[in-house]
Design a protein around this ligand. Sequence first.
Ligand code: ADP
Length: 260
Amino acid sequence: SDSTNLLSNVKFEVEEWAKAQMKEIERLKELERYRKDFVGNVSHELKTPIFNIQGYILTLLEGGLDDPKINMLYLKRTEKSIDRMISIVEDLESITKLESGELKLNMVKFDIVKTVKDVFEIEQWQAEERNISLKIVNPPPKPVFVKGDRNRIMEVLINLIINGIKYGKKQGYVHVSFHDLEDSIMVEVTDNGIGIEKKHLPRIFERFYRVDKSRSREQGGTGLGLSIVKHIIEAHNQSINVRSVIDQGTTFNFTIEKAK
Ligand code: ADP
């Protein structure tokens, strides 16, 4: 009859409404978990350099100041710890802006080959320190113009190339190559370093995810680099991928729109 029909319709709508509410509650819980994780991770990361600095200062106060050698050593260590805090805070600022969508891309036409050369110049000393060579494979004879936020794409390249250096082996290399796709250019960054085990690959773009925490920290890593990289590429509506063989090396590739 009509009344039973009406009743079942109402029942259906109430159930749908309840389901939507449950979903919303789940979403809020997830957000809260994420927020807690984030704050927990940040304070953990910052605590290490803070406690280190406290230790260095105590050593100086308790007599170290009188010995010029110890003096210098501990001041240098303090400076290093402060550098580390600065890079953590800078990464945090980037990630917060990127995640809240606050970041506006400043789209310009630029030569991606020249940009890689500029990044190589910036990274040269770090590469030399570890005996790692930086090279563009099959360098295109002419400029390759793309469209994007040049500073942000530089940040992407810096992160990928520094990772290649940090997780490289002595006497290793970081190679960059360009591949012409129809509407975009694919940039590949390859190293012959320690590689990443298959089981970790799906997670390395997550914030704070690190395969080997102590090695990453020793190299000044925050575990935020790749998540920043991914955000930047996605903000450009492009994609980034990784493949890796443990003990042999890793290749990251991302695309960027060709300029007309
Ligand atoms: P981090 O600051 O620790 O380098 P990233 O977000 O840049 O953080 O990278 C996340 C993790 O992925 C690193 O801790 C490292 O374990 C792994 N990783 C990234 N790039 C490479 C690479 N080129 N070779 C080997 N491992 C890498």
